[in-house]
Design a protein around this ligand. Structure first.
Ligand SMILES: Nc1ncnc2c1ncn2[C@@H]1O[C@H](COP(=O)(O)OP(=O)(O)OP(=O)(O)O)[C@@H](O)[C@H]1O
Length: 315
């Protein structure tokens, strides 16, 4: 069967240096059509720089960036891209519908004004407001509408939900998913791990200018978090077992990273929780209330950042 997976974005060995300091370090990835990708990472990880290079706003110091197989600076390419950046600057005095109408004229096949209003959730009253008088949340929605003006095939959202309340946030992601369902390719950057986890098909986790992890939210979680088995040990009635014995038995299991007692509960962190369960039964450890847990992405993220801080402190 023919492979119909078309790459909309292709980055090969892309680096960006600012005054000799590396902001993006030898990054390569492809983004197929119709996918939603989250670019996630702590402050200064290189997210904005990577997105700016994809938008043709910054030149890579090394490597190649291709959008629809062309340079991002190509006029044909630009017409097929919509971007919602952090700040929307609006001309003083113009009403919301006038700003939208103006941006529509830049594109050969723009969306109808009514479609833009609907997608961004603007009421007729809001359409008549002065754009400069809008709240932060309304300005974000205007930014969304303007990103969609040219009916683009590829959309970039740079931290799109900053300043939105939870209802507006949910509405935004619902629209974004609907757009992906219509074949649009979406890339967004975020600090909100929950958003990346629930909204994206794929997460590109950036750290220090490199891709620290690339996969589905589930894959990232299993790659960066350890599973654990925890239980309460009834040692009183069982003279054959002491705390030292449990510690020894658990740590002897291949793939176990850690074993500790915390608030009366033993927690065993391991690659494979089944082998921990098997060992508990095999050695007749007097365990009750046994639970297995998988860390969430939040934990993974914290772990990664903490790991870096440790490395920095050592070097
Ligand atoms: N114009 C610039 N001149 C010099 N250094 C820059 C410039 N822009 C970014 N940097 C540096 O490059 C690195 C990556 O920055 P970038 O803004 O891409 O990160 P980010 O992941 O988007 O961070 P944030 O989440 O804070 O927006 C940082 O160390 C930053 O200080």
């Amino acid at each position: 069967m023919e492979d119909i997976m078309e790459n909309i974005v292709e980055l090969q060995h892309v680096s960006k240096l600012y005054a000799g300091k590396t902001a993006v370090d030898d990054v390569s990835f492809n983004i197929p059509r119709g996918t939603v990708t989250a670019v996630l990472g702590p402050n200064g990880a290189g997210k904005t720089t990577v997105i700016s290079m994809m938008l043709g706003l910054r030149e890579p110091s090394q490597g190649s960036v291709k959008i629809f197989g062309q340079s991002p600076k190509d006029a044909q390419v630009k017409r097929r891209i919509g971007a919602m950046l952090q700040e929307v600057s609006v001309i003083d005095g113009l009403k919301v519908h006038e700003v939208m109408s103006m941006i529509r004229t830049y594109y050969p096949n723009p969306l109808k004004l009514s479609e833009m209003a609907e997608l961004a959730g603007f009421t007729p009253e809001e359409m008549n407001q002065r754009a400069s008088k809008m709240s932060g949340g309304q300005k974000r929605r205007l930014g969304f509408a303007l990103a969609l003006a040219g009916d683009p095939d590829l959309l970039f959202f740079d931290e799109p939900t900053v300043g939105l309340d939870s209802t507006a946030r949910r509405a935004f992601w619902q629209q974004a998913r609907a757009l992906a369902g219509r074949g649009k390719t979406i890339l967004f950057s975020t600090h909100y791990l929950e958003e990346a986890e629930t909204t994206a098909d794929r997460i590109l986790l950036f750290n220090k200018g490199k891709i620290a992890a690339d996969g589905t939210p589930d894959e990232i979680v299993s790659k960066l978090t350890s599973r654990s088995v925890s239980f309460i040990a009834d040692l009183k009635g069982d003279a054959s077992y002491g705390a030292g014995e449990i510690n020894h038995r658990m740590r002897a299991i291949p793939g176990v990273h850690d074993c500790k007692e915390q608030d009366g509960r033993w927690i065993v962190t391991a690659d494979n929780t089944d082998s921990v369960l098997a060992a508990i039964f095999r050695h007749n450890i007097p365990a009750r209330d046994i639970r297995t847990e998988q860390g969430r992405l939040d934990d993974a993220f914290e772990l990664m950042i903490a790991g870096n801080e440790e490395k920095e402190a050592v070097s």
